[in-house]
Write a protein that binds this ligand. Sequence first.
Ligand SMILES: Nc1ncnc2c1ncn2[C@@H]1O[C@H](COP(=O)(O)OP(=O)(O)OP(=O)(O)O)[C@@H](O)[C@H]1O
Ligand SMILES: CC(C)(CO)[C@@H](O)C(=O)[O-]
Ligand code: BAL
Length: 281
Amino acid sequence: MKILKSLQELREWRSAQQEVALVPTMGNLHDGHLQLVKSALQHCDNVVVSIFVNPMQFGPNEDLDSYPRTLDADCAALEKLGVSAVFTPTVSDVYPRGLEQQTKVSVPGISNILCGSSRPGHFEGVATIVCKLFNMVQPQVAVFGEKDYQQLQVIRLMTQDLSLPVEVIGVPTQREASGLALSSRNGYLTAEEKTQATALYKGLQDAKAGLERREDFEQIESQAVQQLGKAGFKVDYFSIRNANDLQPASKTDEKWVILAAAFLGKTRLIDNLQADNPAAT
Ligand SMILES: Nc1ncnc2c1ncn2[C@@H]1O[C@H](COP(=O)(O)OP(=O)(O)OP(=O)(O)O)[C@@H](O)[C@H]1O
Ligand SMILES: CC(C)(CO)[C@@H](O)C(=O)[O-]
Ligand code: BAL
């Protein structure tokens, strides 16, 4: 497995390859990331994993500095899976003119709601780095997790709007036995918070059951917020949306997604669950 530490090393390696699949990550890999790699390997033998903690997608009071960086363990896990190359560029390699001067990619509408409303500029940072990674690596296929559902929809729109020749693949959320979605940020939780955190998925499951019973959207949402509050969460949002454009749910949608973001102490967790409209099937 090649470790490519600069854009120049990547370009030299890439010029000798045919098709490649890309799995973009910020490192501190867990089984959720490894599932993305396995899915990428099903599409293409030649898989590149990028590990880059992207400063552009972090807000001023967020965890950029404390974000876990575990490169040696990450590379060991990727080598075992049969990954061809790991791309770990430096910040100055990716943003040589600095963040302020950098040309940015913004996907209007969808980027300013839900997580985008709580984290201004976040999805511009995500779209910009993913667009740059696509241009740097020139993959035929790129794989992302459904855990970051809004991010996946932003990336799909960006790829379509900019006519990028990349097939974007979404992989279902990997969970612990408790239901908690795997996430690098789970590492911030105390043992007690980790037990409390299971209420997030439970809230989503209860909401999905409410949708199956055809209960009112607002009633389901407000019950979930109450339930999560009792479990110790400070809820950022809990919202039922159209699964494609993430606009507020309507009774005529074919498919919904229930999206949640909530704080346990200082840790912000996100999760989601898709649901079919029983009236549409
Ligand atoms: N539990 C999971 N199941 C499936 N995919 C996942 C899971 N967790 C993360 N991913 C995907 O892995 C990719 C890289 O994500 P990232 O490195 O931010 O990991 P993360 O665990 O989500 O970290 P964070 O705590 O920053 O959200 C993204 O496409 C993300 O959706
Ligand atoms: C897609 C991504 C690697 C871009 O930095 C990041 O947002 C992530 O890890 O989900
Ligand atoms: N998994 C999304 C990356 C972030 O929260 O910045």
